[in-house]
Design a binder for this molecule. Structure first.
Ligand code: SAH
Length: 208
């Protein structure tokens, strides 16, 4: 079965990711490597490379592969960054980040999701550069701030203000913003000022 999943993964990366313009080699390599099937519930495993989000229980979803790849590319990672992620969910995006950067700090508000992601990422996959927190991520993680990059994988009406203060100078943040109609926004901090770039329309579960 794992060979089938590996083939599905290659096909997913070719048809959904490269074909739609994602070029960053670090991102492509991480998507080729991480076994996405491990991050979806048993019942949906055969659909784990499907071109869309899938349910992970508790009313939450694992994001569409393309969206994971595109958001990661928008973070413009080079490898030595410390990244804050809000919305661990299945832990799939967390694993992609952990493959590329030095340290990942991830916050999830639903205890069961946080615990199962931690078990998978630490015990099963052996990552040692991921730090977990069960909390509302809107306030960030002051103990470890500032972060070179911040990624939010749930949508809010506006980017949570407190998080801008936890972004380093020259830092980049990416988040879906909006209520029903959401847009993916990339934020860059220069000279203490935030500049935003609105990208594509998206559909995320709400940030609590
Ligand atoms: N990147 C995840 C996306 C999961 S969906 C994946 O691909 O699996 C978004 C997640 O954000 C959900 O797990 C939800 O519980 C979590 N979430 C929502 N509001 C939050 C908040 N205020 N703080 C932390 N996590 C939150």
């Amino acid at each position: 079965m794992s060979e089938t999943y590996e083939l599905n993964r290659k096909h997913m990366v070719e048809s959904q990711i490269r074909n739609r313009g994602v070029k960053d080699k670090r991102v492509i390599d991480a998507l080729l490597k991480i076994p996405r099937d491990l991050f979806v519930p048993e019942i949906d495993k055969i659909h784990s490379h499907h071109d869309g989000p899938l349910s992970i229980g508790y009313g939450q979803t694992i994001s569409q592969p393309y969206i994971v790849a595109y958001m990661t590319e928008l973070l413009e990672l080079e490898g030595d960054e410390r990244v804050l992620e809000i919305g661990t969910g299945s832990g799939y995006q967390t694993a992609i980040l952990a493959e590329i950067v030095k340290q990942v700090f991830t916050i999830e508000v639903i205890k069961h999701l946080a615990n199962s992601a931690e078990k998978l990422l630490i015990n099963q996959l052996g990552y040692s550069n991921i730090h977990f927190k069960i909390d509302n991520g809107r306030e960030g993680w002051t103990q470890y701030a500032p972060f070179d990059r911040i990624i939010i994988t749930a949508a809010s009406r506006a980017f949570p203000e407190a998080l801008f203060f936890q972004l380093t100078e020259n830092g980049i943040a990416v988040a879906p913003v909006g209520n029903f109609f959401q847009q993916l926004v990339q934020y860059k901090k220069k000279d203490g000022q935030i500049r935003e770039k609105i990208l594509i329309g998206v559909s995320f579960v709400p940030l609590i």
